[in-house]
Write a protein that binds this ligand. Structure first.
Ligand code: BMA
Length: 256
């Protein structure tokens, strides 16, 4: 993919899809700035990068912290080529049962963080005359499970943010969204653990994909790194599903 001499910021980069993206970027020769609250895993990934990755503890829903982290990253690597807005959490509730605090928490971590990181990273891309923003949304921006009102709302709003950035900063800067199905990440595992029967929920997730399995984070990481690469130079403004065919089959229809 050739990411030599490029620098990527990955939010929520300590684990799951974020960590997988970091690994692919490093393999392809990029420098990576990992923003996360999880220091233990973040530091481990920093060591793996052998000078090519920098972990910065950061609450990406706070503007001052984002501003400082971006400045520190630029000081270290000199430029920002890519921003991957991956930080995200899931909470389970219907609108009538969601507290104001929980709504704000989900919106701030999933959506506001993407706005803040874009706000502070894009000016550095403009200096280079080139850059890519990838927003990690969800297949749930298109079709939804029950009981995840704030999450679904935040992931759907990310598509609006994606369009706005794509329109406002074209042609220099591209912005795309990725919409994964179920991926075997700490976020999803935490979700399973909230159920009285985690194994059954896991099996339901396996069954709802045409692939009859859930994805590994690295599959999404590879896609994200591709979207950032020059090979994807004609891709902007759109959301791309990577979802094992979830929702493609007409509900209630039979195959044989
Ligand atoms: C993701 C997460 C997963 C879910 C998947 C498919 O964004 O919400 O928990 O399994 O969507 O609905």
């Amino acid at each position: 993919m050739d990411h030599q001499n490029r620098t990527a910021i990955v939010t929520g980069g300590s684990k799951g899809i974020g960590a997988a993206s970091v690994e692919v970027f490093l393999r392809e020769g990029a420098n990576v700035i990992i923003l996360d609250k999880d220091q233990e895993n973040g530091r481990k990934l920093e060591e793996k990068g052998k000078g090519k990755s920098l972990f910065i503890p950061c609450d990406v829903s706070k503007e001052q912290e984002v501003k400082q982290a971006v400045a520190q990253g630029v000081e270290q690597f000199g430029q920002i080529n890519y921003l991957v807005n991956n930080a995200g959490i899931q909470r389970y509730s219907k609108v009538t049962e969601t507290t104001e605090e929980e709504w704000d928490l989900v919106m701030n971590i999933n959506l506001k963080s993407a706005f803040l990181c874009a706000k502070h990273a894009i000016p550095h891309m403009q200096k280079l005359g080139k850059g890519v923003v990838v927003n990690v949304s969800s297949v749930q921006a298109m079709l939804s499970q029950g009981n995840v009102g704030p999450y679904v709302t935040s992931k759907t709003a990310m598509l609006g943010l994606t369009r706005s950035i794509a329109v406002d900063y074209a042609p220099q800067i591209r912005c795309v969204a990725v919409c994964p199905g179920t991926v075997d990440t700490p976020m999803v595992r935490w979700g399973f653990s909230q159920s009285p029967d985690p194994e059954q929920v896991y099996q339901e997730c396996v069954d709802m994909h045409l692939t009859k399995r859930i994805a590994q984070p690295i599959e999404v990481g590879e896609f994200i790194a591709y979207l950032c690469s020059d090979k994807a130079a004609f891709m902007t403004g759109q959301a791309y599903r990577i979802d094992g065919g979830l929702g493609v089959m007409i509900p209630g229809s039979k195959r044989d």
